[in-house]
Every structure is written in structure tokens, then in C-alpha cells.
Design a protein. Sequence first.
Length: 377
Amino acid sequence: MWNHLSFDLLTKIFTLLPPDSLACVESTCKDWQKCIKSYYSSSIPHLMESRCNPPWFLAMITSKNYGHCCYAYNSVLDRWYLLSLDFLPHPIHPIAPICSLILCRLANSSVLQLALYNPFTKQYKSLPPLNILRTTPAVGVIEASSSSFRIFVAGGMSASSKGCSGSGGGASYEPTLEMYDLKVNKWQTIGLMPNIFAVRLTVWTPNESVYLMGILYWITSARAYSIMGFDVNSRLWKEVNVPMADKLEFAALVRRKEQLTLIGGKIGEEACIWELGLGDIWNLVDRVPVELGKKFTGSKGSWCSTKCVGTDKAIYLYKNLGSKMLVWMEVKENASKWEWFWVGGYCSIKGQQVPNFPVKGLLLHPDLAPSSILTSV
């Protein structure tokens, strides 16, 4: 039967497969290998991005004792994989996914230097240097597709080249914002920002950002929590309050179903999920079930060191490599219904013990196709 299927029909079938299964298919026979190569080079836009499969959870670690590697979780098959990142020319810290690529910063650079890579195809490319030398700025991403995106860098400590090299020179908070547009392949300084926002984005803000309805949002990483928003069109800044801002042990922002969503928890109580409504008013939409919360936080009932990543279909709460994860996920049979799931820890893969390192989690749709962006940027 398979011998009589057209390439077009086979291609449609292959688009429904996860990357690990697709790799097996490619090694089955020469005809299927030829079909898959044709599938990658076809004019059908964003085949990988439109897949019905949920994204994979990537646990990224960069340990001097363990080397560069990544643990990838396929929720469809409930399976973990170990990916080597030995192809990277420099130590990196991951920042955010851009479709099937990962935006990262160089860990051994005293100023911000960004790069893109694909952990599955082992491609890597550095982005041009910023116009202003900055350390520890906030980074935000506006993603239209893997071939159309913008990167924003706000705040940070500015310093002269002389100062950054350790031989003198002054440094100060940089109240400007730069944007990188893939189409022109360069950075542009696009405006000023309030100095207090520059300080917050430099000192207390991780690199996670959320883009929704024309606004880039960042949340501070220490109590009392606050949210800063940048309107990309008007280029104006605003501040959004956080419920229980001074009591939450952890708080994180994600985008879910075209809503700005906040997840936060305080010691001895369940974590809550809010959505931002009209007038920047937060509405409580769900709580972590009590028993699952106790199982996740342990005997101390502390949410401290909890991290979070999310998409339109799932929100992951996690801690270190080797620990369990809580997942709030859309029910397949009913898109309006979400349920909580317990994901077992990744203590070993193929009999190899997994070290309990701190990790940075990302949600990514894997792509096995070589990216033209990483050869042309």
C-alpha cells in the first residue's frame, strides 16, 4: 500500500509526526528519505510550526562539571532525550525560543552578545553586536515566524569599552531601548525609557518576556513584584500591579489563549493563576490542587525557586533537573477545559543517572530542517 501513495500524501502524513519518529522514517528507505527532503524544501509555509503536536520541554543546563547539554521531554510519547550541545563554540545561557530556534547570550562575554541556534540540527550563528555596550539588560522577543521576528534590549548597565575590559572607565544605567530586526540584520536605537524602569530591568528582571496586543511585558524577579510594559507602537512605558505582590514567593508571566497570565505562590498555600482583564484588573482563573501543591513544594510548603514556562496549550511549573513538574494543560477533547497533571522526574535516561542541576526551561517545537536563517544572519 505504501508504495502506491503519492509524495504529496506522504508529506501530509509526515507533517503529523514528532521529530523522533520523523528521524526513524527518514532512515527507513531511499524513497521516504527523498520524500522527507522534498518536504523540507517545499513551499508549504511553516510546516513544522503548524503541527498539531505540543511543543517539547527543554531543560537546558550549562555546568562546568557536566558540559553543555540539554534534556528534552516529548509529552506525546512521555519520553526524555539527552541532546549534546558540544557544537556550540562558546558557553551560553538560553533566553527564549523563537519558533524552532533558541535565542541565547554568550556566557563568557562581559557585555550582552546574542546568538541563535537549533539544538537538533546543531546550527549556530551570532547576531551583530549592539550599538551600546550593555551588561544585564532585559531582552524581549516579538515573534511572527522563524523568518520574521524582532528582538528588543532594554536597560542594562552601559560602559565604555575601556571600562568593560577592567582597565578603568565608568558605568551607569542605560535608559535606552534597542531593536534587532531580522529583515535588516542590524540593531537600531528606538527610544528612551524612564530611568526607574531602566534600573528595575537591569537589577531585578530575568530575560523572560511576554508579547501581547502590541505590548512587551517583563516582571521583576524579587519581591515586591511589579510588571513593566512597553507599547511597541506608541513607544510608551507603563506599570502593571501584581496581586499579593509583597507576599508571593515566586511569580511568572506567560501568554495563554491571547491573555496575559500570571502564576504565583506563597509559602504554605497553593499557587494561583490570574488573567489580566480590562482596566489592568487581575482575575483569578484557577489554583494548583492542594495535594499536588504539597507534593511539589515538599514538607516546607515553599514555592521558592519555582520556575515557569507556558504556551497557549500548557503551563509548566518546575524546579531543578531531576525534580518533578506540574503541568496545567488543555484537555484535548475540550479546548475550554484545563487540568493539572503530574510529570515524573527525569532521574535517568537509558540507565544514566541525571544530575540534579539548576535548569532553564524552554518550550520548543523541534525542527529537523536546516535553517537558512542560521546561514544568512
